[in-house]
Design a protein around this ligand. Structure first.
Ligand code: GKR
Ligand code: MG
Length: 431
């Protein structure tokens, strides 16, 4: 039998239109960066994946090419061992203080692993979810993900808007700088996508206004719509306890109110509300301390920085063992990432909380057939072989041109914010 061998490894950085969203680190640039990886076997079977764009990670991906060409995509253990032998492993401190994860190797492994699983799925003619043990649900529920934002569509329009836009397309461009505008955003997003739970990205304004926005959402949507608030670790322990108590009975979980496992554990002991994280327990090395301290109830996994889909399944088992729930974190992304998230979301056993997605904020797409559909807030698990999505090469080339034109090479929300408020500085703890 002829074994499959990887003969090509393509790395394409792209820039995706992104509106001026506010968060703890500042402001989103007019384009969000992603990198698309495509591996092709000697038999011309193509496997794809998408990770956050960052020129340093792209350079490391380039370096990894020499170790991947000629490998059998089924030999994922061997591929991982070779990458670790040549690059080592990320230091925990490499994650950084920003809301998003800045490690390199976890992203590289994830990019290669997902593309290999896509190839394997195509070879055995089964969807990726079957390679993760099979599906436990046919559709995967997502949560609305609200952002404070300036008026603006992003991309070439930047802070300008398209006067012909209607529905969610128009609402996505509107400003949301106070609780009333946040409620309007929530109504438009839930109407379009059918989401049944709502997350508000906090850390943009002082806690009083963000808590008021949660109270306003609760008033508008009622008891049956679970709410979450994520200040991205900007609050002190005292602030987290004070406002956490005020929101008790209203939030289904409070996400990363403060920084570090120890502080999170102190807050957790003072509140009845569960805590979730994508910032303090972000790798397998963090798990023992998370368990000893009791720093969170829910780990928001993200296959892009938990080392891929198989490692995310390993995380699901660890969470089951140690009494943690598992849900999913996201950054600005397109359909290849969404498809991978849906395959994983369909496979995990401990699914209690709808997953995060930034997808409604993006209007571009690089998969054949265009934007993926949500029904009642959920995405149906793709049934085709592999990830079940194919690259639209024309759309990919267009977004690669955007990348070359836009001049951005890595995410820096502080610089974007300083274009609006010159004295603005990121602070790891603000309130
Ligand atoms: O896109 O601004 C953003 C978010 O703040 C993102 O970078 C975070 O990583 O969504 C994320 C989170 O839940 O912390
Ligand atoms: Mg978060």
């Amino acid at each position: 039998m002829k074994l499959p061998k990887i003969k090509e490894f393509h790395i394409t950085p792209i820039a995706v239109v992104d509106p001026p969203l506010l968060n703890a680190a500042g402001l989103h640039a007019p384009y969000a960066l992603r990198t698309v990886v495509e591996l092709v076997t000697e038999d011309n079977i193509s496997g794809i994946s998408e990770i956050p764009g960052n020129i340093e990670i792209d350079k490391a991906l380039e370096k990894s090419r020499q170790f991947i060409i000629g490998k059998d995509p089924f030999q994922l253990n061997q591929i991982r061992d070779i990458l670790v032998a040549n690059f080592g492993i990320d230091k925990m401190s490499d994650r950084g203080d920003a809301p998003w994860d800045q490690r390199t190797l976890v992203h590289i492994f994830s990019a290669i692993e997902v593309a290999c699983l896509d190839i394997i799925g195509k070879i055995v003619n089964r969807p990726v979810v079957d390679l993760l043990g099979g599906k436990r649900r046919d559709a995967v529920p997502f949560s609305a993900y609200l952002f404070y934002k300036y008026e603006g569509a992003g991309g070439e329009l930047a802070f300008g808007t398209d006067p012909n836009a209607t529905g969610w397309d128009a609402a996505r461009q509107a400003s949301a700088l106070n609780p009333t505008e946040i409620v309007a955003q929530a109504k438009a997003m839930c109407k379009e996508f059918g989401f049944q739970s709502i997350k508000l990205k906090g850390g943009a304004f002082e806690p009083r206004q963000e808590v008021d926005a949660i109270l306003a959402l609760h008033k508008e949507f009622g008891e049956n719509t679970p709410l979450r608030l994520d200040p991205n670790a900007l609050w002190t322990v005292e602030t987290s306890i004070k406002y956490g108590k005020e929101m008790e009975g209203i939030l289904e979980y409070l996400e990363d109110p403060c920084r570090g496992q120890e502080n999170m554990a102190t807050v957790r002991k003072a509140l009845k509300t569960p805590l979730a994280t994508n910032m303090c327990t972000t790798s397998f090395e963090d798990i023992p301390r998370s368990y000893t301290l009791g720093s969170e109830d829910i780990i928001l996994s993200d296959h892009h920085f938990w080392g891929g889909l198989q490692d995310s399944m390993k995380l699901a088992s660890i969470c089951e063992t140690f009494g943690r729930d598992l849900s999913m974190h996201s950054n600005s992304h397109l359909g290849i990432s969404l498809a991978a998230m849906v395959h994983l979301g369909a496979a995990i056993p401990n699914f209690r909380y709808a997953l995060d997605t930034h997808y409604p904020w993006q209007s571009d797409e690089i998969i054949v057939g265009g934007r993926m559909k949500f029904e009642d807030g959920a995405v149906a698990v793709p049934t085709g072989a592999g990830l079940g999505v194919e690259l639209d090469r024309v759309a990919l080339a267009k977004l690669h041109e955007n990348y070359k034109k836009c001049g951005l090479t890595k995410r820096n929300d502080e610089i974007e914010m300083q274009k609006v408020q010159p004295d603005w500085k990121f602070k790891a703890t603000r309130w």
